[in-house]
Design a protein around this ligand. Structure first.
Ligand SMILES: [Ca+2]
Length: 419
């Protein structure tokens, strides 16, 4: 059952900086689901039914009554309630994104993005299931995108461990109805610019995993590619009004980015060795080279691996916003719409998962971005949550118009209501 979120009635406690204070909403928060283990993503039906994933536990559904079903699936499962024994969690890997088919009332299709060792091949997969009328059991598993990369245990790259940089957010566009899939570079240096490797990309596919007919990647690319040259996007959201997709993507110690996507566009991340004046790098991945621990120093930062390499790729998509400091693990984003959000109506919310890592000097917070119509610039208000510690792993606007956030370390989903 929901209960008042301890000491987090935010009006006075919530610190907002950089914006028009008078017209910003006063927020209250309430726990909706508690005692979770590493919640990762959420998706709503219009009646308020909430699907959510836990990285090592699989898929659950919270019914409008408040009842929570751990969804049972096909085959034997270890650790997962949801599906087959090939699904696993390890480090950053596990069950990540969840999406509901736009035509759910007719087909009852639910989609998840998960790591898998099917046939002893490590991969990430987008899977489609049919869920029964009682929201308890899934069946008819169909792996619609079975070939997303995975960082193997054999990788000698010193950072991140096996299963790093999986991407993992999946969202249907309310505009074109296609499924957008964010994939990470898996610490594979050649991945983001590789025409055939679908890591470090945003894919756009139909409900069967086939390329959306309108995709326009460069010649020779996998036709599922909508944009390429990404590092590890873990957020994608569509702007109300024009339905333009915006990614949220964490940088390598520096430069978290929000990017307005252009069909066929290059996001400008190229961690290959011997590019742009670089030499060789560990395990042929230059994503952290040179040593970037001085990321707060602008003079040093100029030499770092750019999140958007506009020198090498002058036509790359420039970010709508770059935090110009230490990476704070930017994760999931969502747009707020509705008059009750006052000056935030139409703004994008983005949160961070990097609390306490990389020596991140700022506290837990969400940022509220007002993005220009052309998607090339933003102004930001920072909303700190002094009573909350833990990583903001997912953010979505519910059908009630309120904001829902999942805190990974605390294991809770919180409803944020403007008053
Ligand atoms: Ca970029």
């Amino acid at each position: 059952m929901a209960k008042a979120f301890k000491a987090a009635l935010l009006g006075a406690a919530l610190a907002v900086s950089g914006g028009a204070i008078a017209s910003t909403p006063v927020l209250s928060t309430e726990e909706v689901v508690t005692k979770l283990e590493l919640p990762w993503d959420m998706a709503f039906l219009q009646d308020g039914t909430l699907f959510f994933t836990e990285k090592c536990r699989g898929l659950s559904v919270r019914l409008p009554s408040g009842t929570i079903n751990k969804v049972h699936g096909i085959g034997g499962s270890t650790g997962y309630a949801t599906s087959s024994a090939d699904l696993f969690c390890d480090g950053q890997a596990g069950m990540m994104g969840v999406a509901i088919d736009p035509n759910f009332s007719a087909n009852r299709f639910v989609y998840v993005y998960s790591s898998s060792n099917l046939n002893n091949n490590l991969s990430n997969r987008v899977m489609r299931f049919t869920i029964d009328a009682s929201f308890r059991t899934v069946s008819n598993r169909t792996d619609i995108v079975p070939d997303i990369g995975y960082k193997p245990k054999a990788s000698k790259h010193p950072f991140g461990g096996p299963g790093a940089h999986n991407g993992g957010r999946i969202r249907f566009s309310p505009g074109d109805g296609f499924l957008y899939v964010t994939t990470g570079d898996n610490h594979r240096g050649s991945g983001p610019m590789d025409p055939k490797y679908i890591g470090g990309k945003v894919l756009r596919v139909d409900r069967d995993g086939k390329a959306a007919p309108g995709n326009t990647p460069p010649a020779g690319f996998d036709p599922r590619v909508f944009t390429y040259g990404h590092r590890n996007p873990q957020g994608i959201a569509f702007r109300p009004g024009d339905n333009r997709p915006f990614t949220a993507e964490n940088g390598p110690w520096h430069s978290d980015e929000v990017t307005a996507l252009v069909n066929g566009g290059n996001a400008g991340w190229d961690p290959r060795p011997n590019m742009a004046g670089r030499g060789p790098c560990p395990d042929d991945y230059c994503g952290y080279s040179p040593n970037q621990m001085g990321a707060m120093d602008p003079k040093l930062r100029a030499a770092f691996m750019p999140m958007t390499d506009l020198k090498t790729y002058p036509n790359a998509m420039p970010p709508a916003w770059n935090n110009n400091g230490l990476s704070q693990g930017m994760f999931s984003n969502t747009f707020l719409s509705g008059a009750k959000w006052k000056s935030w109506d139409g703004s994008m919310i983005v949160g961070y998962s990097g609390i306490g890592i990389h020596g991140t000097p700022v506290g837990n917070r969400l940022d509220v971005l007002k993005i220009s119509a052309d998607g090339l610039s933003s102004t930001v208000e920072s909303v700190s949550w002094p009573t909350v510690t833990g990583r903001f792993r997912a953010a979505v606007q519910g059908p009630d118009g309120n904001l829902y956030v999942a805190l990974e370390d605390q294991g809770v989903i919180i409803r944020v209501t403007p008053e």
